[in-house]
Ligand binder design. Structure first.
Ligand SMILES: [Ca+2]
Ligand SMILES: [Ca+2]
Length: 166
């Protein structure tokens, strides 16, 4: 019995070591799986990063990230109902969004594939809560710096935010 338990523990440690050594390399892929290749590449943009970094310190804090997404939400939820139907979500044209985001960002976001990712209760519409919860989780996925936890530098925003760099 002891033997089987220690075998199991050894297997667990091996799995952990494997996960650690591959986590950095697979981060970009995780991000693409969690969102879409199009959305990830919309995020992976220095012009967008500068727009989100409102205090200009070269880092995107979680507060800046969420403030940005509140603006995106306000641009999506034009009639302020607190939910946006799938049709409304993918409606073409960045509109107000183009003034504070980028065309690449809004094209990457406004797809049915993204609606399906964000609409976690599958009711065919995106609520404010679903939208912010999704973007908050995405920030946490990108927030992988050991030295400035809670802040996305260029290497988090650009390297983890997009498709693999080959
Ligand atoms: Ca900042
Ligand atoms: Ca929903």
């Amino acid at each position: 019995m002891i033997t089987s338990r220690s075998t199991r523990r050894a297997a667990l440690w091996a799995a952990c070591a494997f996960a650690l050594s591959f986590s950095a390399a697979s981060m970009a892929d995780d991000m693409v799986n969690f969102s879409t290749a199009g959305y990830a590449s919309g995020i992976r943009s220095m012009p967008l990063m500068h727009k989100i970094d409102t205090n200009g310190d070269g880092m995107v804090s979680k507060d800046e990230w969420l403030a940005f997404h509140e603006k995106v939400w306000a641009a999506l939820d034009k009639d302020k109902k607190g939910t946006v139907s799938a049709k409304e979500f993918v409606a073409p044209g960045g509109g107000a969004m183009d003034s504070f985001a980028t065309g690449g960002f809004s094209r990457g976001l406004k797809t049915m594939a993204m609606v399906h990712k964000i609409d976690t209760d599958n009711d065919g519409s995106v609520s404010h809560e679903e939208y912010i919860a999704y973007q908050s989780k995405l920030f946490d996925m990108m927030d992988n710096s050991p030295t400035h936890k809670g802040m996305l530098g260029k290497e988090q925003m650009i390297a983890t935010g997009g498709a693999s760099a080959n």
